[in-house]
Design a protein. Structure first.
Length: 302
């Protein structure tokens, strides 16, 4: 690579975790570059919750504020995508989608995850709005509404019981899966949760809002919101290229490390990683300074 830019730390991913790490490092007087592809996991959500002091803010508001804050401390935030990474003698060399390349002594991977949804037509387009996966993120907003839990995993009974905390009208849409049996059926009955057999043909949307689902047999099941179990899947291409999560000089933060963490926990994760990276660089610099000092007359005399 023809590398013309070098930094103490390059942060790949400009969400809450990446910007939080960059903030700590910028305030530590490190040279930091954040490269962000602009594809946040919660882009579809109109608001975020359980973030003390930012309750109800939109994801975009948080990221805009975060970029402004890190900029105060000299952190550069650049739109783009890192497509390759290799370990070098001095750290890492990163190849960019636009053909450029940069080097870093340390690397923070805050690349998040992609939520894989059940294969039901219409679910993905509504995800984060009225297709939900986290009651703590969205339960309050759909309280007392008729909810449908799409059975796509072994946890559908637990998920239905959980969302029952917010609404008395919860049904499980079996979508071709077997009906609950035994203790599971008893638990659901005790909480007034029923289930509907049949495969889901599509999500029905009217006036930009989910109104229910249409089953393969033509039956319409009215629901104001749908609950899904997602499979959060990280892209480990860069991580694998530099030696995995235990490789020296690399920190994996946020949802890339803890897929089920909320925004506030991702920010905290980035903050801790920033302090650890700064300490690691400090030890490296001190060792180099000691070696240089030993070659001076004063050091040789000591």
């Amino acid at each position: 690579m023809d590398i013309k830019e070098s930094y103490d730390v390059v942060v790949v991913g400009g969400g809450a975790a990446g910007l939080s790490a960059a903030l700590v490092l910028g305030r530590s007087r490190r040279s930091v570059l954040v490269i962000d592809a602009g594809e946040p996991r919660n882009a579809g959500a109109g608001h975020m919750h359980n973030y003390l002091g930012r309750e109800g803010a939109t994801p975009a508001e948080l990221l805009t504020a975060g970029r402004e804050e890190v900029g105060r401390y000299g952190v550069e935030v650049r739109s783009g995508r890192v497509v390759s990474a290799v370990r070098t003698g001095g750290g890492f060399a990163l190849g960019l989608e636009d053909g450029g390349s940069v080097s870093a002594r340390r690397l923070v991977l805050a690349t998040g995850v992609v939520d894989e949804l059940p294969q039901v037509p219409g679910l993905e387009e509504r995800f984060g709005r009225d297709v939900l996966h986290c009651p703590y993120c969205h339960g309050w907003e759909v309280a007392d509404s008729p909810l449908g839990v799409v059975a796509s995993g072994a946890d559908c009974v637990e998920r239905a019981l959980l969302f029952r905390q917010w609404s008395e009208d919860v049904v499980i849409l079996l979508n071709g899966r077997p009906a609950p049996q035994g203790e599971d059926a008893e638990r659901l009955a005790a909480r007034g949760i029923r289930w509907v057999p049949g495969r889901i043909a599509r999500v029905v949307v009217e006036d930009d809002a989910v109104t229910g689902v249409e089953l393969a047999g033509g039956e319409f099941v009215p629901r104001a919101a749908l609950v899904v179990t997602t499979v959060p899947t990280p892209d480990t291409t860069l991580l694998d290229a530099v030696g995995g999560p235990e490789a020296p000089g690399v920190k994996v933060v946020g949802n890339a490390a803890t897929p089920y963490g909320g925004v506030i926990s991702s920010a905290a994760d980035g903050m801790v990683a920033g302090t650890l990276i700064n300490h690691d660089l400090l030890l490296e610099e001190t060792a180099a300074a000691v070696a240089e000092y030993r070659n001076t007359p004063k050091g040789r005399a000591a």
